[in-house]
Design a protein around this ligand. Structure first.
Ligand code: PLP
Length: 366
């Protein structure tokens, strides 16, 4: 074979990545579909955000503000933060990528927990990094296990808190202990995608750790609670040093104009936020109770989805999924997370939840 016949070769690690598969698809026949597989809100986007998008329609021929200034100012105002330490992004997935691009090179290691969000693994591997996995116990992160994975090569630790797909969290004391156990040159990424849903007294989103340290990044998203998943908008809060890196490697117009105005409006949609959280709390309780009554074990959730286990039902998650899909309900299969006998159930509308519960009752009793 001459040199001219050689195929292009990607960077090390890239072909080891399992390309991301979105939740659900194989439904049949049902008249109405309930997609409860991607942790989207059942409430649509806040009206303020929809109005802002409509209003912007006449301006979409112009490039967006490269600094996303109004969006950063809105976030800073709402959360009492310094806007200079915020970077916005095309979904928080982009930030997870930028962090890896900025800090992980071939031969470096990055730590995730056993059921850590799949995107972490992909962005580490895309940079030739080695993924080091810390075991969880009871679908919950164990700080000592994370710390035991640290080596001279460790560059980044990715933690989702609350976790996805588990819905569990670690408290502020444990989070601080994790950070304290890391060298100052290791970045701790605290992915707080579900922060607003976690109402536990000892939960903290990570802002304090960012303000007190140079090696912590908190990431947030508008995709879940705020209902803007389709627009792709996320943000992070981090030290000046980390912000200086992310700002250099992000695309100049990485947050599109509609995402910027919708995000800036959604930040202040307090009534929508309260309604959404109340709905979530109510249904998490009802679903937990009713599924337990059917012998379906539910991991206690601190997010807008529930990990439901079929081990003690005499049936499999695969069978349950097939049945639900045939009736138009799509939950998330978890083979990719190596939890094959559970499904992740995104809490839906009243109507969707009633349907899921009655279908599962029929299924379990059949
Ligand atoms: C959904 C999710 C995100 C990503 O959200 P974006 O839509 O990219 O902002 C990040 N982390 C976790 C744990 C998630 O579940």
């Amino acid at each position: 074979m001459s040199d001219l016949d050689k195929a292009p070769i990607p960077k090390a690690g890239i072909m080891q990545i399992n390309a991301y598969k979105a939740g659900g698809g194989q439904f049949s026949g049902a008249e109405k579909l309930y997609h409860l597989a991607s942790n989207e809100t059942p409430h649509g986007a806040p009206q303020q955000a929809r109005d802002a998008v409509v209003e912007l329609a006449n301006g979409i021929h112009e490039y967006p503000d490269p600094g996303a200034t109004k969006l950063r100012d809105a976030i800073a105002k709402k959360h009492g933060l310094n806007a200079e330490k915020i970077v916005c992004s095309n979904g928080s997935d982009e930030l997870l990528t930028l962090i890896a691009n900025g800090y992980i090179a071939e031969g470096d290691e990055a730590i995730i927990s056993q059921y850590g969000f799949l995107v972490y693994k992909n962005v580490i591997q895309a940079n030739g990094g080695t993924v080091v996995v810390a075991d969880e116990v009871g679908f919950t992160v164990v700080v000592d296990n994370m710390l035991a994975c640290v080596t001279d090569k460790t560059k980044v630790v990715y933690l989702a808190n609350p976790g996805n797909p588990t819905g569990t969290y670690i408290g502020a004391g444990e989070l601080n202990r994790l950070h304290k156990g890391l060298r100052s040159d290791i970045i701790l990424v605290i992915d707080s995608a579900y922060a607003e849903f976690c109402l536990a007294d000892d939960y903290h989103d990570g802002v304090d750790l960012v303000e007190a340290n140079d090696n912590v990044i908190m990431t947030r998203t508008f995709s879940k609670l705020y209902g803007l998943a389709g627009l792709r908008v996320g943000w992070c809060y981090a030290s000046d040093g980390i912000i200086a890196v992310l700002s250099r490697i992000r695309g100049p117009f990485n947050v599109n104009a509609t995402a910027q105005v919708a995000g800036a409006a959604a930040v202040f949609a307090d009534d929508f936020v309260k309604m959404s959280i109340d709905h979530n709390v109510k249904w998490a309780g009802v679903i937990g109770q009713r599924l337990s009554g059917l012998g379906i074990k539910v991991t206690p959730t601190h997010a807008n989805f529930m990990l439901i286990h079929f081990d003690e039902t005499g049936k499999t998650a695969e069978e349950a999924d097939r049945y639900l899909c045939s009736k138009g309900v799509v939950l998330r299969r978890l083979e990719a997370y190596n939890i094959p006998n559970a499904l992740r159930y995104t809490i839906g509308s009243d109507e969707a939840n009633e349907l899921v519960l009655s279908l599962l009752e029929t299924f379990i009793k059949s």
